[in-house]
Write a protein of this length. Structure first.
Length: 266
């Protein structure tokens, strides 16, 4: 394990593997660098790249400094980019894809290529939007010492999982791991709430992204992810769109790795 220090003094933990051009992996809600699929993808990518697999702030071995802001998370990515020499490719998934887009928008030429998988944009009324008080509900549950409630709010209001399905999930070994990082669900809520409000994507949302960008969705995912991918592709100047056959939101490392190889090596 290695660490860099972000601009606000927060230590950010990461694993570095492989050699070649640098790829920074930005995980989604509740994700850590030690998630088995994330580690597997890092291993595959490290065959051709220098891979940075990191714990986003507030998770795993990384620190956390309040108050949370999206800018601070972008500064974490910038610190990692500076560690590998000042430029990098970035791959983000789910809410991490939104964070990666924000980073590319603000860090300009430091991110030279960007790949995003299924940023969870809700752009119309075809699916319930994120409640206006979603972040506040997460904060309240955590402040009350009930991180499990925060995870429930995420599952039922962001993922729309029926409540009756939660009982077996709570009995699974992964539930305590999710509770351990439940406070960071508010962070992902802050990152995502503008683009999960059921309104069209602002025309200039990510028009300042200069990196060559690949926007990917799985053809087995719900339609919102296809619509989101197309909207992002139309919003970003140098973006291309790809539907990945046979994949849903929980994309397999074996399926996404060849796509990333092809894009980052081009």
């Amino acid at each position: 394990m290695n660490k860099v220090t972000s601009k606000d003094g927060t230590p950010i933990a990461f694993e570095q593997s492989g050699s070649g051009d640098a790829v920074i992996m930005v995980g989604g809600a509740l994700g850590t660098r030690s998630h088995p699929q994330w580690m597997q993808l890092a291993g595959l990518l490290s065959e051709q790249f220098t891979v940075i697999n990191y714990d986003r702030r507030g998770r795993g071995d990384s620190g956390d400094t309040l108050p949370y802001t999206v800018q601070r998370e972008i500064e974490d990515i910038e610190a990692l980019i500076d560690h590998v020499g000042g430029t990098a490719y970035v791959y983000g998934i789910s809410s991490g894809a939104i964070l990666a887009l924000e980073a590319a928008s603000r860090l300009s030429s430091k991110i030279t290529k960007l790949a995003v998988y299924e940023p969870p944009l809700i752009l119309d009324d075809s699916r319930p939007s994120l409640p206006e008080n979603y972040v506040e509900q997460i904060h309240e549950a955590v402040a009350a010492g009930n991180p499990g409630k925060a995870v429930e709010v995420f599952m039922t209001q962001a993922l729309l999982i029926p409540e009756e399905y939660l009982a077996p999930m709570k009995a699974a070994p992964i539930w305590p791991e999710m509770e351990a990082v439940a406070h960071t669900l508010a962070y992902d809520g802050i990152i995502s709430r503008e683009v999960m409000a059921g309104k069209p994507l602002p025309y200039d949302k990510w028009t300042s992204v200069t990196a060559a960008t690949l926007v990917i969705h799985g053809d087995q995912s719900e339609p919102m992810f296809r619509d989101a991918a197309k909207a992002v592709t139309n919003n970003v100047a140098h973006a291309e769109y790809k539907a990945l056959q046979g994949q849903g939101h929980d994309v397999s490392p074996e399926a996404i790795a060849p796509v990333l190889f092809e894009f980052f090596k081009a």
